[in-house]
Design a protein around this ligand. Structure first.
Ligand code: CP3
Length: 352
């Protein structure tokens, strides 16, 4: 299956867009989830200057700077906007802060609060993010794809309900079963605003968008269908009604055998796969379009033989189909930079 996306700029065609159109490229293009982050000394320096994490997200000068850092250092094939998935509930009037070592903190939403979510200031609140995207597209090399993103409604809802990260998002699951009407309204509200957020990012210059559903793996089959697949399908349809050709990557982390149904029923072009997905199953998924992944971030922390074997297994099994090489989840702060360099060299020097 080959789809046609426009090439951008006058330079080389973006390899990421080629792969997303269904065409295998070898060696595959490479980028890393959370590639702008605490494993980089230059990120830690800018982060200190910014004061708070949210100031970094909402300051176009600083957000531009940290987005460019991994591109300058490693020359990745894709750049991902620096922001966070929780700016969407923040723009709907919910409070949000990030505490060192504790991650995001919010006041938990109640069913009543959900009826009072206020989107009247939504795009004004997010205007600095659109400004960052626009500056990035102008500054990036023509062959480097710019990825915009948002969280999937289910994952964002779990943080809004618990007020912080948890081991298995039990508060979000419980709320969904006790308050089905409020949950449905919350997912619809998030889906519609998140789709509009992605549309504005594409208007501003994003070449691709990714929808992060980091917590889809905690749900049973019926809830996966209702809370992950249906809201993302609604978003994909809404984004495509304005930008019919924009490539969309869905990342339902932990979806297991449900990955197949997720692609069919949401209509995303490509699937981000986590490291627990067997590469043989990943290769099967490639018959319907591109996959992105799926190195265990702990192999990257360990380095050496563990890293070489992990990279090799992915290239051997997924390298013949449409593949964007990536980690199976975000890079962690303790990752040595020379391991990142070794991974990139192994992928770029790979021979079939
Ligand atoms: O990938 C990139 O480089 C782009 C930036 C990006 C961030 N968050 C920056 C960030 C992206 C794409 C995200 C997505 C995000 N944010 C997700 C989905 C992907 C995933 O990792 O599962 C989620 C669940 C969040 C919410 C969030 N933000 C959490 C749970 C945390 C704390 C965890 C941690 O690593 O501290 C954050 C903070 C965060 N977002 C950091 C970064 C670089 C670290 C905070 C810091 O620098 O102080």
């Amino acid at each position: 299956m080959t789809k046609h996306f426009p090439s951008i700029g006058s330079g080389r065609l973006m390899s990421v867009l080629e792969v997303l159109s269904g065409k295998p490229v070898f060696p595959p293009p490479i980028w890393m989830m959370r590639q702008a982050g605490r494993y980089l000394p230059e990120y830690r320096e800018t982060r200190k200057q910014a004061g708070s994490f949210l100031d970094l997200c909402y300051n176009p000068d600083l957000a531009f700077e940290v987005t460019m850092q991994p591109i300058r250092r490693f020359g990745f094939d894709a750049s991902i906007l620096f922001s966070d998935i929780l700016v969407v509930p923040h723009a709907l009037g919910r409070d949000l802060r990030f505490e060192e070592g504790r991650g995001p903190l919010m006041t938990p939403v109640t069913a009543d609060d959900i009826h009072r979510l206020d989107g009247s200031d939504f795009h004004q609140h997010l205007a600095p993010v659109y400004e960052t995207v626009s500056r990035l597209r102008k500054a990036l090399p023509t062959e480097t794809a710019l990825i915009g993103f948002c969280g999937a409604p289910w994952t964002v809802a779990t943080y809004m309900i618990a007020g912080h990260g948890t081991l298995d998002q039990a508060p979000g699951r419980l709320f969904a079963y006790r308050e089905p009407a409020a949950m449905a309204l919350l997912l619809d509200t998030l889906a519609d605003h998140s789709a509009e957020y992605l549309i504005r990012q594409v208007d501003a210059g994003a070449d691709v968008v990714q929808i992060f559903d980091s917590w889809s793996g905690v749900l049973d089959e019926a809830s996966f269908t209702a809370f992950c697949v249906a809201p993302v399908a609604r978003m994909v349809a809404k984004v495509r009604s304005v930008h019919p050709k924009i490539p969309i990557i869905g990342f339902p982390k932990g979806a297991g055998v449900l990955y197949e149904r997720y692609r069919q029923d949401t209509g995303v072009d490509a699937l981000g796969i986590d490291w627990t997905v067997p590469v043989s199953f990943g290769a099967r998924l490639q018959s319907d379009g591109a996959v992105q992944g799926n190195l265990d971030p702990m192999r990257l922390v360990a380095g050496g033989q563990a890293l070489r074997d992990g990279v090799d297994a992915i290239l051997r099994s997924l390298g013949n189909g449409p593949l964007i090489f990536n980690l199976g989840h975000g890079i962690t702060p303790e990752t040595p930079i020379d391991h990142v360099e070794a991974m990139i060299a192994q992928v770029r020097n790979a021979a079939r």
